[in-house]
Design a protein around this ligand. Structure first.
Ligand code: CO
Length: 210
């Protein structure tokens, strides 16, 4: 297992980081204090091995981020809906990215025979239903291949759910250039795979994931 970082180490690294940023660019903090205009809204998994800014070499000010277990977009999730509303209509991002990842624990749990107890089971109800609907295809696969296919299906379902939301439709109806991207990050090699992109022109109306 990798070394477990201590809280002291985190605070020490914060000081080092702040000093090195200022050394490199003395106007850095003053500039960012003026506000944010990120071009991207990133919806990812909470997994600690998939740090959004690191995997795409982004810096502060690039990504407006929300993360949850298995990168789900649930229409009744007030937290998600407010991030979307603020990101799309106030910050006016041009791209919304849903990024899943291989070997996702949340997705694996949705494939397990029994649902997880408590909040986790409730949260993963959508992916579990999705896995049931895709049963025929998934039954032909095993192990990692099965999980990775389910990761793709899950990302695609979240992208399609997003495209159904009033927040996106309003942006598209007003002529805004707004793209929704579905990505999968590979834990083993670190590469992002671009699965699908929806735009105002090519959005297809399908049943929302739930
Ligand atoms: Co995950």
């Amino acid at each position: 297992m990798p070394h477990r970082t201590t809280i002291r180490e985190l605070l020490d690294r914060n000081r080092q980081w702040a000093e090195s940023q200022t050394e490199e660019d003395p106007t850095y903090f003053a500039r960012h204090a003026q506000g944010q205009t990120p071009p991207f809204l990133y919806i990812g998994c909470s997994d600690s091995r998939v740090p959004p800014t690191d995997i795409v070499g982004a810096g502060p000010g690039d990504l407006f981020v929300t993360r949850n277990i298995a990168n789900l977009v649930k229409p009744d999730d007030v937290g998600m809906r407010s991030v979307l509303e603020y990101g799309v209509h106030v910050l006016k991002v041009e791209h919304v990215i849903v990024c899943g990842h291989t070997e996702c624990g949340g997705v694996m749990a949705s494939l397990a025979e029994d649902p997880l107890p408590g909040f986790l089971g409730a949260w993963l109800h959508g992916p579990r239903q999705l896995a049931e609907r895709a049963h025929e295809e998934l039954a032909k696969l095993e192990g990692k291949a099965k999980v990775d296919r389910m990761v793709e299906l899950n990302v695609e379902a979240q992208v399609r759910t997003l495209a159904q939301l009033d927040c996106m439709k309003r942006a598209w109806d007003s002529g805004r250039q707004l793209h929704i991207h579905g990505w999968v990050y590979g834990l083993s090699g670190g590469h992002v795979r671009d699965l699908l992109t929806l735009t105002a022109e090519n959005q297809t109306v399908v049943a929302a994931a739930e």
